[in-house]
Design a protein around this ligand. Structure first.
Ligand code: ADP
Length: 405
């Protein structure tokens, strides 16, 4: 009977051993698993990898921000350049709608907000519109110049095809000043050659006549020599004017200031021109306000201004006319005036006569280079003064210049 509990004890013992072994085995396997996980985690070095990824993201962000900043700076610079450009720039899409216009473009085309307007609405000139159409069709650069009479403006439009978007870039340039200058230069060359050719031809004819026997003629000989003298004087004056202007414009002229009475200056110039006015049968009067204080000027140069003005007055006044010189006090200085009863100056030319080489109409004057008034303006301005003219066609002109005390 005692055998059963012993048998049960053995069974329990075996069971306990089995459970113990199972528990031990499970624990061991868990430990092994935990170790392997830890090992794997350590092997992955997770925190460092994350750090690296985070550093890479930060670097990317910094680079991106730097790029964005550079782009913004670049954009701002481009916007400033576009805003400051005197040439107009329009960026137009494939349908001809304006996507971008700088202020110069608005100014040149006289339009306030061209954005999304069509090329035709902005440029409003059929030749310019056609240039843009040609560019769209051929995808080749087009250049077109037009004169816009309502605005007295010469515009040049360059249309450049945009390779990627199918649109175009329109560059508008105001050529008004350039063309004006070109015209003035061309006029000057033709004036100077004409002015040289006429006296030279006359000198040649006179000398040839003298050579052919007139020299021995007691009446004709001296008369021809006198004429040669006059022609040489005219040529000398012209070359002198050209030299003067080039010296004045390049700042090579030194002014010698001295105190002088305005009366003395005006009478000295009048004396020099008296004979010429008499020869042209023009009366020359002088009126000078009493008690004018002395002025500090370069006497020679200012006398040259008065002589130029009187010379013109004589040249553009018919025989029997009158010239009046005056000097009087005026706001902060002495105002000189040379008044004539001559042919006058058309109002549209009045603002241009002080430009170098400008002559109202060469057919009405005969001689002259268009330099005298330009030289006079330089001299007066070098004294801190100003010079201007008033005129009425057919009635006469007044040239004023004001010299500060
Ligand atoms: P120019 O050598 O031709 O006289 P200026 O510079 O002295 O050159 O004058 C420029 C132009 O202004 C002249 O060609 C003339 O057309 C006009 N002008 C100047 N003075 C007078 C005047 N007193 N009356 C009429 N026109 C004048």
């Amino acid at each position: 009977m005692n055998q059963l509990p012993v048998f049960l004890d053995v069974i329990f013992l075996l069971l306990a051993a089995w459970f113990a072994w199972r528990y031990y085995d499970l624990k061991k396997r868990l430990n092994t698993y935990a170790k392997s996980v830890r090992k794997q985690t350590e092997a992955a070095d997770q925190p460092k990898e994350l750090e690296a990824i985070s550093a890479a993201v930060t670097a990317l962000q910094t680079a991106f921000q730097a790029d964005r900043l550079a782009l913004n700076t670049e954009n701002a610079r481009l916007a400033t350049v576009l805003a400051q450009l005197t040439d107009g720039v329009l960026i137009v899409d494939a349908d001809g709608r304006v996507q971008l216009a700088n202020p110069a473009a608005c100014r040149l085309f006289g339009i306030s907000n061209p954005h999304q307007q069509t090329v035709a609405q902005v440029v409003r000139d059929h030749q310019l519109i056609e240039a843009w159409q040609r560019c769209q069709k051929t995808r080749q650069l087009q250049i077109e110049s037009v004169e816009i009479p309502t605005r007295k403006q010469i515009l040049q439009l360059t249309v450049i095809p945009d390779e990627y978007e199918g649109g175009s870039l329109l560059l508008a340039q105001d050529l008004t000043q350039v063309r004006k200058l070109e015209m003035v230069r061309r006029d000057f060359i033709s004036n100077v050659s004409h002015e040289l050719r006429t006296p030279l031809a006359s000198l040649k004819a006179l000398t040839e006549t003298l050579q052919n026997g007139a020299l021995a003629d007691p009446e004709v000989g001296p008369r021809f020599l006198d004429r040669i003298h006059t022609e040489v004087d005219a040529l000398t004056q012209m070359t002198q004017e050209l030299l003067d202007l080039s010296r004045i414009e390049s700042g090579q002229v030194q002014l010698n200031f001295e105190a002088i009475s305005p009366r003395k200056l005006i009478y000295s110039a009048a004396d020099r021109m008296k004979a010429q006015a008499e020869r042209a049968h023009i009366k020359l009067d002088v009126k000078c306000e009493d008690g004018l204080p002395d002025i500090h000027v370069d006497k020679g140069r200012l006398e040259q201004v008065l002589v130029n003005l009187i010379h013109n007055a004589v040249k553009f006044t018919m025989p029997g006319g009158q010239i009046c010189l005056s000097a009087e006090t005026s706001s902060g200085g002495v105002r000189y005036a040379v008044r004539d009863t001559g042919i006058g100056i058309p109002s549209e030319s009045l603002s241009r006569i002080f430009e170098r080489f400008y002559r109202v109409d060469s057919s009405r004057t005969g001689s002259g280079t268009g330099l005298g008034l330009s030289i006079s303006r330089h001299i007066v301005e070098a004294h801190g003064g100003k010079i201007w003219a008033e005129s009425e066609e057919g009635r006469g002109s007044v040239f004023y210049f004001l010299l500060p005390h």
